[in-house]
Design a protein around this ligand. Sequence first.
Ligand code: PLP
Length: 441
Amino acid sequence: MALDRKAPNDLNAFWMPFTANRQFKKNPRMLVAAKDMHYTTSDGRQVLDGTAGLWCCNAGHCRPKITEAIQRQAAELDYAPAFQMGHPVAFELANRIIEIAPKGIEHVFYTNSGSESVETALKLAIAYHRAKGQATRTRLIGRERGYHGVNFGGISVGGIVNNRRHFGSLLNGVDHLPHTHLPDDNRWSRGQPEHGAYLADDLEKLVALHGAETIAAVIVEPVAGSTGVILPPKGYLEKLRAITKKHGILLIFDEVITGFGRLGAPFASQYFDVLPDMMTTAKGLTNGVIPMGAVLTTAELHDAFMDGPENMIELFHGYTYSGNPIASAAGIATLETYKEEALFERAAEIAPYWEDALHSLRDSRHVIDVRNMGLIGAVELDPIAGEPTKRAFSAFLAAYDKNILIRTTGDIIAMSPPLMITRDQIDTLIGTLADVLKSLD
Ligand SMILES: Cc1ncc(COP(=O)(O)O)c(C=O)c1O
């Protein structure tokens, strides 16, 4: 008998990730289909996607080219061993990624998620220094309020207390830079905030404290999403690059959400014109359709490993599904869709309209800040005294009832629609959100 996928008979078995399981299972929110800018719910409503799924469906949903590529690839070569064997699709995708990557980025190491990309980049950083004869460089530096996925390396360099405090002592030898969210100085920012470049100078303090010869890498999100859209102040990323370079420290940009057009350029690195040594990616690489991530590196980093006898494995790291054929085919079709529909350019073009629409919420009830960059927007709400996160979560539920999908983190509403969003759809999204805010306690 065919499974009725629209109505599961029991919700108990599936332990849902990053979800209030008991709340959800009492009052489930089920998505059963999607097309372009909309989800269809199990009760037959069309919900406007204000978040590109989870910051990943940059080309919109169920795009024919991607669907067909997956179907074709699944019928032709379903899986090939990732170690000591190759298949053409993964090589082709790597070349296509490098075509749109910043000049100076030349190699692609495949993973299956953002979290795995982060673990891979951190390991590469430490192994790189060892390969270059600097085995003392093992210390990793992240940033407060950073999100780098959920594996041990990522939560160690990450800066979200709830993601860290339940999981023991984490990695040794990790420090954090201060975050760059300065509401008193930068409230209502449009694009890059004016104040805060000086926060990068804390890296000099960590160098003075530990010695540069102990530090392997600094990892930051060029624009942090998961902790409520934290923007880099003008000059901050440039400063971080200059200080890391001066001390021989690698700079890793976690581009898991900023990669693939979110800011109107292929990567944040190009948007800010700052070249890191490595970039971690995932999500938009396959339009979120099939799990896949990639670490992008400079030739200098890659070449440091290409040493020793040629029959020896150079890097003892990789995943069963690294460069999986079906994911690779999805990746190629995704990059082609971005290009054919000029979606990155489109994002850049519509970003000012997005900015104005978002900032029209400035005087809405409970709003204490609005900030934006590219097709990212945040609306920060005044928390209910003694009940942090509750007001924003109520907004999320009310928004879903009114047929828009937003995301909340703490008391911040974050939005990141597919890059195909139209002006009318921006009006609907923001207009509905304004109604939701009016209705909140
Ligand atoms: C900057 C950043 N890094 C890493 C991740 C983790 O990605 P994944 O959930 O695919 O493991 C995310 C996810 O939102 C992210 O925003």
